[in-house]
Write a protein that binds this ligand. Structure first.
Ligand SMILES: Cc1cc2nc3c(=O)[nH]c(=O)nc-3n(C[C@H](O)[C@H](O)[C@H](O)COP(=O)(O)OP(=O)(O)OC[C@H]3O[C@@H](n4cnc5c(N)ncnc54)[C@H](O)[C@@H]3O)c2cc1C
Length: 250
């Protein structure tokens, strides 16, 4: 609609998805939540949703000013695939699956495939639902905007603990065209956690995790490394450290 309003697009027709009730709610399915793509950010930010998938609720609460959160949807956030989409790192950390519906039936793809451009939507296809595992464990979304108040992310992180798989999964948003998963850093830190005990980590380990994630997601560019790159890497490191610290103490 922004492109239409700016006179850049003149579509012959528009299809509104807002009145398709089937995609505006969610339901439980085999240990997962099946989220309708038409869920608005405002709806996902409410307490009942936050009790289910806290990091996605936190991302929804951060996704622009109230007017945008009332109109913008989960499916729109994914389909527009803006690097600064706040839901995207959370969905990547959760390893969410998309259910694509179209005239030929339905198919399932990992959210990362769509964001990476490996799978495109065919004409007539929609993102109908997003399947998210219910992990029953702490999860955190954090975002740095570089300004006070609402704004697009300079960097963001979605981090989830998955005790059943003894895993820590983190995805970093806004620093690349799609969310980045620092897999080695995830495995390293998961091996330090006493999953059957207190799940505490020393401050030095949290600090090292942040540095690991920052270095993996914001690599050196040039010699000397530009100050902007160093600053962004530091921002990612701080977000990752804080996110893990909060998840382990909540
Ligand atoms: C001023 C402003 C500030 C914003 N700030 C933020 C922010 O800080 N963080 C953030 O995360 N986002 C932000 N956004 C983006 C916003 O949250 C929405 O995600 C985005 O605008 C998409 O809105 P929509 O869901 O209404 O989709 P639309 O605008 O209706 O559609 C966007 C695109 O997605 C396609 N699409 C929509 N739904 C589906 C579907 N179910 N299946 C297939 N394709 C679909 C449409 O065809 C279209 O191409 C901002 C937007 C604006 C205008």
């Amino acid at each position: 609609m922004a492109a239409v309003n700016a006179g850049l697009l003149r579509p012959a027709a528009l299809v509104g998805l807002g009145r398709i009730n089937e995609i505006r709610g969610w339901q439980y399915q085999d240990g997962h939540a099946l989220l309708g793509a038409g869920l608005t950010h405002a709806r996902m930010g409410r307490p009942d949703f936050a009790a289910l998938i806290p990091a996605l609720a936190a991302a929804a609460r951060a996704a622009g000013p109230p007017q945008i959160r009332n109109a913008g949807t989960l499916g729109g956030n994914i389909a527009s695939a803006a690097p600064t989409g706040d839901a995207l790192p959370v969905l990547a950390a959760l390893e969410a699956e998309l259910i694509i519906v179209g005239p030929g039936g339905q198919r399932e793809i990992p959210v990362s495939h769509l964001l990476a451009g490996r799978e495109m939507l065919s004409p007539g296809e929609l993102i109908g639902f997003v399947r998210v595992p219910l992990l029953h464990a702490p999860q955190v979304f954090l975002k740095a905007t570089g300004r006070t108040g609402p704004g697009r992310a300079v960097a963001s992180v979605g981090l989830v603990l998955d005790p059943a798989r003894r895993g820590v999964r983190i995805a970093v948003g806004a620093v690349a065209p799609m969310p980045l998963r620092p897999l080695e850093a995830e495995q390293w830190v998961a091996s330090l956690i006493d999953w059957d005990g207190e799940r505490m980590l020393a401050p030095e380990a949290l600090e090292a995790f942040g540095e690991y994630v920052g270095a993996a997601c914001v690599p050196d560019q040039g010699d000397p490394v530009p100050a902007g790159v160093l600053h962004l890497r530091r921002t990612v490191a701080v977000l990752a450290r804080r996110a893990l610290g909060r998840a382990l103490t909540s």
